[in-house]
Structures are given as structure tokens and as C-alpha cells.
Design a protein around this ligand. Structure first.
Ligand SMILES: C[S@@+](CC[C@H](N)C(=O)[O-])C[C@H]1O[C@@H](n2cnc3c(N)ncnc32)[C@H](O)[C@@H]1O
Length: 422
């Protein structure tokens, strides 16, 4: 109470004494100057209020050289989530408005990508342009535009259905310029990997090992066993596990994936209904002039509707200990801030005798607290109480959401695959 009393007096003093004095002193301060000043004053006042009302922090211990080096590496890129931007609709889950906006704005965002390419093309000398024309290069811009229109039909549908499902109404959910091309671009790549015939080869490289792991553990008694797939992405693995009779819960926090999956699962009436040209704005590493226009259709298989999708953070959405008979992680454990939290949570969620099956790389981000080797991941599992089956350890080479005939293949060499009991 006392704090807010003093704060009010402080603000009154600022507004009616210091601020007019400042304007008089500056003489010709413009209106925009004043607005900037007012907003910075209000930010300072807010910061002061927070500082005054929050608990005093414990004094910081002096930082060691090792800790300093580690924290310098910690420079986590600020993720473009709702956290950093002004939310117009705080009732919507984090990230949802941004993804809807991005799907809606896709045609404009993709056109910008094209415009940048065209800008570089147009800067050529007349002689260079004449040669480019002989190669048929200018035609790429028109063809790409047609591909963008094909993709836009899908992206607009995703956005429209999301608006209906989350009752957003028709109004703009955030500033148009906050939309991100990569939200939709990632979604297209992942749709291709999970739900197109072209993605079958990639899936075949990794899914059987996971499915065999479940069969090894449960034999023929898997039907009805509860399986959690955290970080389920576009949901194909969860769906394939459910096809085998398991009771599957998928969990995902990225609305780019959640919304596209929602369209496939709940608003699709025939296989191969949706056409995409996911690589239409990617002109590098192409084998032939036409490979950038490769079209694919989704879904190539019916998503299993018995899968329950839990939206949100895996670390927060499952309060009940021992809820699952199996946890399956595919390309997941290296993605969080701290692998100890992920593995501890998996252990907590398994019932006694339950199994954790993992397959994926150790592509730790620079933001992660620990960047462990494969050996250390297994040691960590031991330390957390898992009974690691070392005979199950395999190394598998895999690509991830790549264009099939791309000239550049990013291979995750020796993805770590293993099972352990909880
Ligand atoms: C590399 S992708 C793999 C997706 C999927 N497992 C697959 O193999 O296609 C990792 C996924 O985990 C999701 N994810 C990351 N952190 C998460 C968390 N804390 N809770 C739930 N999902 C998370 C990401 O949004 C992303 O879709």
C-alpha cells in the first residue's frame, strides 16, 4: 500500500512538474517527441513499480570462468513467440494468433521471397539478362506464383478452420507484419515428411525401429496400452502407433503443426485431397528446372482419429505420475532447454515397468543447458532411474523433412535409438 502511495505521488510529480518543465526547456518539442518521451517515462515508471514491489533478489555469487564461458554460449535466440510481442487477444494460447496470422499472410510472405529473387535477377546487365532469358529463367517467377497460389489455398483453409475452432472471430489477431513465412514453410516440409507418399522413404528409415521397440516390449499385448508421443509434430508416428491398437496421446506445442494436423484430421474428406508445392520458393540445391515445382498431395493415409492431441508444453501438461505404459520420443530430446527436465519428466510419467523408446539426433541448440554425448545421455538415463537396455542401442542415419531430390542432404548420422524401462 505504502509503495503504491509513493509511486502515485512520484508519477504525479513527473507528469505535472518535471514533464512541463522539460517541454518548456526544450521549447519546440514536437508531438511525436512528446509521445516517445511519455511512453519511455511510463515504461520507466512501470519498471520502477516492479522493482519496488518485487522481492529483493539474493546477492549474486561471483561468476567463475567456466560459468562465464557457459553463459556466453547460452545466448538463446529470442524465439518469435507471443511472449515478446503485444498480445491483442490474451485469451488465446501462446503462439496461436501468430500462426493463424502467418497462414493467412502466406501468399504475401511468399511473394516477398519471390520479389527478393526478382530484385537480384533484375539487377543484371542487359547481356546477363539475355542469357538468363535463353535459360528460360524469367518463366520461373510466373510458375512460382502459380505454386504459391496452390499453397495459399491450403494455408487459408488452415487459418479459417483454426479461427472457427478457437472462436477468434474475423478480426486481425496481430499486426500483419508480425506474420512469419517460416511458420508455414516448416509446416509444409513437415507435412511432406509425415503425410505424403514422397515422405515414405524418410519415415521408413525411422518409424520401424520405434514400432519394433513397442512390439518387443508389449509383444501381442499392446492393444489398449497407453502411449505418449511428446513433440508429436504433424502426428504421423502417433497415428501409426494408434493404428496398431495402442491408446495414444500426442502432445505438441507448436501451432504451425497443430493447426495443419487439425485440418488433416478433422476437415479432410478424401485421401490426397490437398495439393502442396512445398519447395516453390526454394530455388537452391535443385536438380532440374522443374524440381522446385514438385507437387505432392496429403494425406496419403488416414490420420487415426483415436489419437488424443494435448496442446501445450510437455513439461506442464501431464500432472499425473505414472500415467503411461510407454513414452516414445522421435527427434525430440535435444530440443528443450534442459535434457534433464525432459528425461525426468518421461521417467515420472511412466508407470512401473513402462518403457521409454527414443530415436533421434543430439542436435543441441546453443540455448540448451547441457549438450551431452550419446554415452552421457544413456548415463543420465541411468542416473534418473531408468533401466537402460544397452542391447537395444542402434545408430540410424536419417534425413529430416528434406526435399526428396534435393542436391543437398542434411543427414543426421547415427541417430541414437534405445529403449529403457522406467
Ligand atoms: C524436431 S520436431 C520432431 C517432431 C516429430 N516427433 C517428428 O519426428 O516429426 C520436435 C517437435 O517437438 C515440439 N516441442 C518442442 N518442445 C516441446 C515441448 N516442451 N512440449 C511439446 N512439444 C515440444 C516442437 O514444436 C516440434 O514439433
Amino acid at each position: 500500500m505504502r509503495t503504491s502511495f509513493y509511486l502515485t505521488r512520484f508519477l504525479t510529480l513527473l507528469l505535472f512538474v518535471v514533464f512541463p518543465f522539460y517541454l518548456g526547456f526544450r521549447g519546440a518539442a514536437s508531438l511525436s517527441d512528446s509521445a516517445v518521451l511519455l511512453s519511455s517515462l511510463s515504461e520507466r515508471a512501470e519498471a520502477l513499480y516492479i522493482a519496488l514491489t518485487s522481492q529483493p533478489a539474493a546477492p549474486l555469487a561471483p561468476i567463475s570462468k567456466e560459468a562465464f564461458e557457459a553463459s556466453a554460449e547460452h545466448a538463446k535466440p529470442v524465439r518469435a513467440t507471443e511472449g515478446g510481442r503485444r498480445k491483442r487477444y490474451p485469451s488465446l494460447p501462446d503462439g496461436l494468433a501468430h500462426c493463424i496470422n502467418s497462414f493467412e499472410q502466406y501468399p504475401f510472405l511468399a511473394e516477398q521471397v519471390l520479389q527478393r529473387k526478382h530484385g537480384r535477377y533484375a539487377k543484371q546487365t542487359p547481356a546477363q539478362k539475355a542469357i538468363s532469358k535463353k535459360l528460360g529463367y524469367p518463366a520461373h517467377f510466373e510458375k512460382a506464383r502459380k505454386g504459391i497460389e496452390v499453397n495459399a489455398r491450403f494455408s487459408r483453409q488452415v487459418a479459417r478452420i483454426a479461427r472457427e475452432a478457437y472462436h477468434t472471430g474475423p478480426q486481425a489477431l496481430e499486426d500483419e507484419e508480425e506474420a512469419e513465412f517460416r511458420v508455414v514453410d516448416f509446416a509444409f516440409g513437415h507435412l511432406s515428411r509425415d503425410w505424403s507418399t514422397q515422405g515414405a522413404k524418410e519415415r521408413q528409415a525411422v518409424f520401424p525401429s520405434v514400432l519394433d521397440g513397442l512390439e518387443q516390449h508389449f509383444g501381442r499385448n499392446g492393444r489398449g496400452k497407453k502411449v505418449l508421443v511428446p513433440g508429436s509434430g504433424m502426428g504421423r508416428l502417433a497415428s501409426d502407433i494408434a493404428d496398431l491398437g495402442y491408446d495414444v496421446t500426442a502432445n505438441e506445442l507448436d501451432y504451425g503443426a497443430i493447426l495443419a494436423y487439425h485440418l488433416l484430421t478433422n476437415h479432410t474428406s478424401s485421401l490426397h485431397q490437398h495439393t502442396l508445392q512445398p519447395f516453390v520458393t526454394k530455388w537452391t540445391h535443385q536438380a532440374s528446372p522443374s524440381s522446385r515445382y514438385a507437387a505432392l498431395t496429403v494425406p496419403d493415409h488416414w490420420p487415426n482419429k483415436t489419437v488424443k492431441l494435448v496442446e501445450g508444453d510437455f513439461l506442464e501438461m501431464f500432472p499425473q505420475d505414472g500415467e503411461f505404459d510407454a513414452v516414445v520420443t522421435l527427434f525430440f530430446i535435444d530440443i528443450g532447454d534442459n535434457v534433464v527436465d525432459f528425461l525426468s519428466n518421461i521417467h515420472r510419467l511412466l508407470n512401473p515397468g513402462g518403457v521409454w523408446i527414443n530415436l533421434g539426433p543430439l542436435k543441441w541448440g546453443t540455448h540448451t543447458a547441457l549438450q551431452l554425448s550419446a554415452e552421457e545421455v544413456l548415463q543420465l538415463a541411468d542416473l534418473l532411474g531408468f533401466d537402460v537396455d544397452h542391447t537395444s542401442r542402434k545408430s540410424i542415419d536419417s534425413v529430416y523433412a528434406e526435399q526428396q531430390d534435393s542436391l543437398l542432404k542434411f543427414i543426421y548420422g547415427e541417430c541414437l535409438a534405445f529403449h529403457c524401462e522406467g
